[in-house]
Structures are given as structure tokens and as C-alpha cells.
Design a protein around this ligand. Structure first.
Ligand code: SF4
Length: 228
């Protein structure tokens, strides 16, 4: 993800403009909680950077988030990982509530969403990553896709699913997982940086897209072209 600082409202530097390959529908990112992500996914784009310890940057809580934006909160680490103190998450959510935007939160540990349901801003999308129905513990330390699916299927908020980087999967089972979550839309992308991941064939990717389109919107990212 490439970002640039944006001046908002009173000219105070606050939000990061989303200009990279992450999600074209996200206008800005804002990362008050940052640092090494406990999930340690092999393919994480943040592994290239020295990000330091997991922490809440209290200075960010003075940021002006303006209004009318679509903001991805916590794009640089999984702020919903078990290791993140609840107090930090609450401070972030309280700050978001002060500004009239649409907020997007994404995690591989959606169980943590459940602790904060009353605290989410009114306009929110909750997302999870389901790279495959198969659990690959050597690729990520996050909870399994099945656990993520089970929790997300019980959350009654607008939801999305990110299938990225797409990993080898079972078509019927993965489709069942996504349908159980009942997302507003699904975003599908592939590994952009040659991490030598187990990947599905072009034919399987196309079949998955066909099946998903039967019950949700499918947004295809440019980096999926390599597999199609
Ligand atoms: S959960 Fe997200 S931020 Fe954390 S290591 Fe994995 S890809 Fe990176």
C-alpha cells in the first residue's frame, strides 16, 4: 500500500490517502494502533518495514478525520489481534465516533469484534480475510478461516470478505463459508510479491467468481490477473 499524507479541514495533517494496490474503494487509511502484527502472515506487505512494537500512538487521537470519507482504520497491523489491549481499541472507536465518516475495519480475528459491537460508529463495514477454506498454519498465525467464518456469520452489520492472497481451496467449501458470512461484497486478489504460496488454477478462480456472483458482489483486484 502506498500512501500520502492528506490535509483535511483546518490544514492539520491527519489521514493517509490510499493510492496503492490495497482497496480502490477506500479513500483513506488511519493507523493509531500500529507496530508488529502478532499474526505474522508470510505474505504481509508490512514485513518489509521496521515497524517496532505494537502500540497506540496517542498523538493520533488528536487527528481530524473530517467527514464524508470512507476510511480503513487499522490497515497496517491487525488491531483486533488478541494481544491488542481493549483500552486501545476503545479509544480508537471513540475517536471515530466524533467524525461523520464511513469506517472499515478488517481482521483475521473477528471474535474480537464481538466485544465492541455497541461501540462501533453508525456507518461501518466489518471485514475479514478468508484466503481459502483451508487452514495454513505455516503461512499465518491467525485463527483458522473456519473460525473467522463462524464468528462473522453471527455479526449483524454490513460486512465484506477479502479473499487475498487467494490460496488453494475447495470450491464447494469456500463458497459455503462466504455465503454463511453473507457479505455485501467480496474482494478477490492474489499475492503480489512472489511468496511462493499454494495457489489455485485459473479455472478454479473463475469457477469461484461464478459461484460467488450468485449471491454477492465480487470486486476483482488487478493483482488477480496473474492467476486468470
Ligand atoms: S493479519 Fe494482516 S497485518 Fe497482520 S501479519 Fe497478517 S497480513 Fe499483516
Amino acid at each position: 500500500m502506498a500512501v500520502g499524507r492528506a490535509e483535511m479541514g483546518d490544514g492539520k495533517m491527519t489521514l493517509n490517502k490510499q493510492t496503492g494496490n490495497m482497496y480502490p474503494w477506500v479513500m483513506y487509511t488511519w493507523n493509531a494502533i500500529r507496530g508488529e502484527c502478532p499474526h505474522e502472515c508470510l505474505y504481509c506487505y508490512m514485513r518489509r518495514f521496521k515497524v517496532g512494537k505494537l502500540r497506540l500512538d496517542e498523538k493520533c487521537l488528536n487527528d481530524n478525520l473530517s467527514e464524508g470519507n470512507f476510511i480503513f482504520i487499522g490497515s497496517s497491523t491487525d488491531m483486533w489481534a488478541e494481544q491488542v489491549p481493549s483500552e486501545w481499541i476503545l479509544k480508537v472507536l471513540e475517536h471515530c465516533q466524533n467524525f461523520n465518516n464511513t469506517y472499515f475495519f478488517q481482521t483475521k480475528n473477528p471474535e474480537r469484534f464481538l466485544d465492541f459491537i455497541p461501540e462501533f460508529p453508525v456507518n461501518v463495514y466489518l471485514g475479514t480475510t478468508i484466503e481459502s477454506n483451508v487452514h495454513y498454519p505455516t503461512i499465518t498465525k491467525a485463527p483458522s478461516p473456519e473460525e473467522r467464518m463462524m464468528v462473522m456469520s453471527h455479526i449483524n452489520k454490513p460486512k465484506m470478505v477479502s479473499i487475498e492472497p487467494i490460496l488453494e481451496f475447495d470450491l464447494e467449501e469456500l463458497t459455503t463459508y462466504i455465503e454463511a458470512i453473507s457479505p455485501e461484497f467480496v474482494s478477490i486478489g492474489a499475492d503480489s510479491r512472489g511468496h511462493n504460496l499454494p495457489e489455485p488454477s485459473s479455472e478454479k478462480v473463475k469457477m469461484l467468481i461464478t459461484e460467488l456472483k450468485k449471491f454477492t458482489e465480487v470486486k476483482i483486484k488487478k493483482n488477480l490477473r496473474r492467476l486468470m
